[in-house]
Ligand binder design. Structure first.
Ligand SMILES: N[C@@H](CCC(=O)N[C@@H](CS)C(=O)NCC(=O)O)C(=O)O
Length: 230
């Protein structure tokens, strides 16, 4: 089922018998964006949701209707009965709490839980930000030479991040070892940016194996099938 609402394209992930069933969770994302991590987590969770796909190239994130949802003009956003959640680590944690029996359910152990938060915080505050210097440098500076210098440094900055992830953080086969978690779709999204960021994934065998394992999951296949079809 598909309709267009306020210029955004709206999809339902499954055959819905009732529209209300689909309206409890509304997920705004965009292709190639960090929203992909939450999209995969939604698929892992088994929760019902409504998907609204924004076109970032067309600047739909700056549309007045969307700014009412997320004044930061970014994706992803998760609209719930209680309000709106933004920021990938918060959205992932929320979904994991909603679906404790699913593959993304959180560990009871406080230390294991904090390890997940620690890794996701690193992705959010450091790795994603390093990646954003490529095309979004104008968030920080407007000097043309400085913008170019920031873009030129992206392969180095991202390589330094992946050096640490490969050598210190990625337990294997999943980020935190044998147990799959919300860190896995998050790392997968960012690791799939490596080539575009000028980083050779072959230099990172554990990251490469993680990417290959993620690509085999039904959740990732479902998201890929969606983007192939739309
Ligand atoms: N810290 C946020 C970052 C969100 C973010 O920067 N999303 C990008 C896509 S990857 C975006 O919406 N960019 C649109 C823009 O900068 O105009 C998160 O982790 O969710």
């Amino acid at each position: 089922m598909l309709y267009v609402d306020n210029g955004f394209i709206v999809y339902f992930d499954r055959e819905m018998t009732s529209l209300n069933e689909a309206m409890n969770i509304t997920f705004y994302t965009a292709q190639q964006s960090i929203g992909y991590a939450s999209y995969v987590a939604l698929e892992e969770s088994g929760l019902e949701y409504q998907l609204i796909e924004l076109d970032l190239a067309a600047k739909q994130q700056q549309n007045a209707d969307y700014l009412q949802v997320n004044p930061k003009a970014r994706v992803p956003s998760l609209v719930l009965e209680q309000g709106v959640l933004t920021e990938t680590p918060a959205i992932l944690t929320y979904l994991a709490r909603l679906a404790p029996e699913s593959a993304i359910g959180l560990p009871e152990d406080p230390y294991e839980y904090a390890q997940i938060q620690s890794f996701n915080s690193y992705l959010c505050s450091t790795v994603h930000v390093a990646h954003a210097h490529k095309h979004r440098g104008s968030r920080w500076v407007d000097d043309v030479a400085a913008l170019k210098a920031m873009t030129d440094y992206v392969p180095t900055a991202m390589s330094l991040c992946f050096d640490l992830i490969e050598s210190q953080m990625l337990g294997g086969p999943w980020v935190h070892g044998e147990r799959f978690s919300i860190s896995d779709p998050y790392l997968y999204r960012i690791a799939c940016w490596m080539e575009g960021d000028g980083v050779d994934v072959n230099q990172y065998p554990k990251v490469k194996a993680h990417r290959e394992a993620m690509a085999e999951r039904d959740s990732v296949k479902a998201v890929e099938a969606f983007y192939s079809a739309h």
